[in-house]
Design a protein around this ligand. Structure first.
Ligand code: BDR
Ligand code: CA
Length: 307
């Protein structure tokens, strides 16, 4: 069991991941960030979801916009409010600062804290910019983000770019090229771990069933599939079941402008070249294959409430 700071732009799959984390890990705090919804909505959502699920964890409010890009529109896939518009949300959007909480927590418990980041990486980039000393004190940074095209799993916002990275490519480039001990779970693996609507309801979790309805309806209308990828939950699968993942290792960068903005790129060759944007960068771990059935089974067993 790890001690987690859970960094989220809480939408539907983020909420599944939070429920999964609460069952299997120790939650030190939830830090919110813009992305699927505004940071104000994400802060309210974190409180609402915790209350509905009986999860006890303090909530901190993080960054409201990308480091360098203009703020963009929230995603609609998760409903207007990010949690499927299933509940009235009267919770406060006020909370202490997430970036300072991350810095203070890592300094207070060096080498003990695992950061799970399942939205844009703006809070994490801001924390290491303000306090570079924490880079060597984080136990692990587990990220859902990016896409490398394995088995055809490329971008989901553009042909090259995955949502979380595309939302703030400058933050992602700083984080992925830093010496933080990153494990990256890109679309290459998250698009392989699917849950059908029927299976979702078999978990006997009324709150989870309620929040995913619009997401499932959208997926059925657009792709003819009554189900969804479990994206963000794979960060928790990595912590519970690392043997289900096949990793590759290489230095990482993110393209920050042009038609491929938000694309994650890894160095494919060790050969020296005259111009090398990866020179002297640390090697990071990237999951490119997954035992999808093992991951699904573990998720079901952790979340299912017996009749
Ligand atoms: C990511 O985008 C968000 O909409 C999901 O919550 C997930 O973090 C998948 O690309
Ligand atoms: Ca997310």
């Amino acid at each position: 069991m790890r001690t987690l700071i859970f960094d989220t732009d809480i939408g539907v799959d983020d909420a599944f991941a939070l429920a999964y984390a609460a069952k299997t890990q120790r939650l030190l705090g939830i830090t919110t960030v813009f992305g699927n919804v505004s940071v104000h909505q994400a802060t309210k959502n974190a409180r609402l979801f915790c209350e509905k699920m009986g999860i006890v964890a303090p909530v901190y409010r993080g960054c409201s916009r990308p480091l360098a890009l203009a703020p963009g529109a929230p995603a609609k896939l998760h409903g207007e409010d990010g949690l499927g518009d299933a509940f009235e949300n009267t919770y406060s959007d006020q909370a202490p600062g997430a970036v300072q909480f991350i810095i203070d927590s890592v300094r207070a418990q060096p080498h003990e804290i695992t950061l799970v980041a399942i939205g844009p990486l703006t809070n994490i980039a801001s924390a290491i910019n303000q306090a570079p000393d924490i880079i060597s004190q984080v136990k692990e940074l587990v990220i859902m983000g990016g896409a490398f095209g394995t088995d055809g799993h490329a971008g989901n916002v553009t042909p090259f770019s995955e949502f979380n990275i595309w939302k703030d490519p400058h933050a992602a480039d700083q984080v992925l090229s830093s010496a933080l001990p990153v494990i990256l779970l890109p679309l290459d693996v998250t698009h392989k771990v699917l849950i059908r609507g029927e299976e979702m309801h078999q978990l006997n979790q009324p709150v989870l069933s309620a929040i995913c309805r619009p997401y499932l309806a959208y997926s059925l209308a657009k792709e003819g599939f009554d189900g969804m990828a479990l994206h963000d939950t794979l960060t928790i699968s990595w912590l519970c079941l690392p043997q289900a993942f096949t990793l590759t290792e290489s230095p990482l960068r993110v393209i920050t402008e042009g038609i491929a903005s938000g694309q994650t790129v890894r160095k494919l060759s060790a050969l020296a070249s005259r111009e090398d944007a990866f020179r002297d960068l640390p090697t990071q771990r990237i999951a490119l294959q997954v035992d999808a059935q093992a991951v699904r089974t573990h998720f079901f067993n952790a979340l299912k409430i017996k009749d």
